[in-house]
Design a protein around this ligand. Sequence first.
Ligand code: MN
Length: 198
Amino acid sequence: MKSFLFELPELGYQLNALAPMMSQETLSCHYGKHFQTYVNNLNQLVPGSRFEGLPLEDVIRKAPNGAILNNAGQVFNHLMFFEQFRPTKEGKQPTGELLFLIEQSFDNVEAMREQFDKAASSLFGSGWVWLAMDKDGKMEIMPLANADTPLRYQMKPLLTIDMWEHAYYLDYQNRKADYIKNFWMLINWHVISSRING
Ligand code: MN
């Protein structure tokens, strides 16, 4: 029987589509090498384990701390990260239900961004900062270490920034604030909206 394997998802845009905010060199390395390595690692670890055949989200919810959880988390986090940048003409600003829920939780978009940016710039070591939502639609900013994800806290992940150095070092070196500032120019808010009810 052929075992179930995880796959690197399609990027959905060209490697140079996010330049200059995120260069082709960064995408080749980050998507093509780092992300691929997490997928490969997971495919080494999962077959033959009790997680074989489970959807990625269930692996993350059920796995104990260790290599399977770390690699499953990184696959999921990178999937969310690269998907949210799909370039389109629309989707430059949050609208509709998404905007309403942001305003309910933070007063306004600027206040949400301010809190998110502060969490991203002050995150110590490697990790991810998330905009996430509970089952009642209450949003919060979640700074999480290493490969951790809001799924582990019964929160719905909506938007995320990768604060591992490999995400920005080629383009920004130590200028973390510039990476965070330019990150917002790449977000396709249609994708974030689709995650609310997804
Ligand atoms: Mn990364």
